[in-house]
Design a protein around this ligand. Structure first.
Ligand SMILES: *Cc1c(COP(=O)(O)O)cnc(C)c1O
Length: 238
């Protein structure tokens, strides 16, 4: 990846990689959506990203997202991006995030579910959420253990304003992307088991998995959302 490559070139390169991964795994291109992770770039770059018709933006900290979110509020409603909260979410930040970010990718504990539900009820909205799972078992990674997910999903049924739509995971950083495959496969198998078990009235359809260094493997293993920062929008000193 040349440092000089422009945003449009990067978008095209990523598109080609996604298409190829879909072809290799017999999937349709429209089964995979991209969240452009803008945490490493400036407000100006975020504007350019949106001008390239990228609709879904992801941020992992409200503090950093705030100026970008506020700047883009000035766009006409039809041009506004859809925001995804992808980082660990502190309960005291829920009031800032819910209502602004449409999707939460990092639901990982009951106290957070309760806080999101309270806020959503106040706003009269339903929040589509991914349950974050620590498939690899790395201590540094957030998320529930795979074993804890079914019971968690059962418990959050008491919060109708939370709509669990899928599972999210982060793979360990591996020099060889291929080594992440068991983690992504594990998340897909967990989703399929949960759907087969009938815990939920509506099946979990989504898998949020894959970042710049491993997204093609994640797509081969069933990702429906890939979260791409560096490879897609770049990384700036901001
Ligand atoms: C930063 C981040 C990404 C994107 O990272 P890149 O490697 O730059 O693509 C994806 N998911 C989460 C949860 C992140 O924090």
């Amino acid at each position: 990846m040349s440092l000089l490559s422009t945003l449009t070139e990067r978008i095209q390169d990523v598109e080609n990689l996604i298409t190829a991964a879909c072809e290799r795994s017999g999937r349709k291109r429209d089964e995979v959506q991209v969240v452009a992770v803008t945490k490493y770039v400036s407000v100006d770059t975020v504007r350019q990203v949106v001008e390239q018709h990228i609709v879904h933006l992801g941020e992992n900290r409200w503090q950093n997202a705030k100026p970008k979110w506020e700047a883009l509020q000035q766009l006409p409603p039809s041009e506004q991006p859809i925001w995804h909260y992808i980082g660990s979410l502190q309960t005291n930040k829920v009031k800032d995030v819910i209502g602004k970010f449409t999707y939460i990718h990092s639901l990982d504990r009951l106290s957070l579910a309760q806080a999101i539900a309270e806020r959503a009820d106040k706003l009269g909205i339903t929040v589509p959420c991914f349950v974050q799972v620590n498939v690899s078992g790395e201590e540094s990674k957030q998320g529930l253990t795979p074993e804890a997910v079914p019971e968690f999903l059962r418990t959050i049924r008491q919060y109708p304003s939370i709509k669990p739509i899928g599972l999210m995971t982060m793979a360990p950083f591996e020099a060889e992307a291929e080594e992440t495959r068991p983690v992504f496969r594990g998340l897909r198998q967990l989703r399929d088991q949960i759907n087969a078990s009938g815990i939920l009235d509506e099946p979990l359809t989504e898998l949020s998995m894959g970042m710049s260094n491993d997204f093609t493997v994640a797509i081969e293993e069933g990702a429906t959302w890939v979260r791409l920062g560096t490879i897609l929008v770049g990384k700036e000193e901001v």
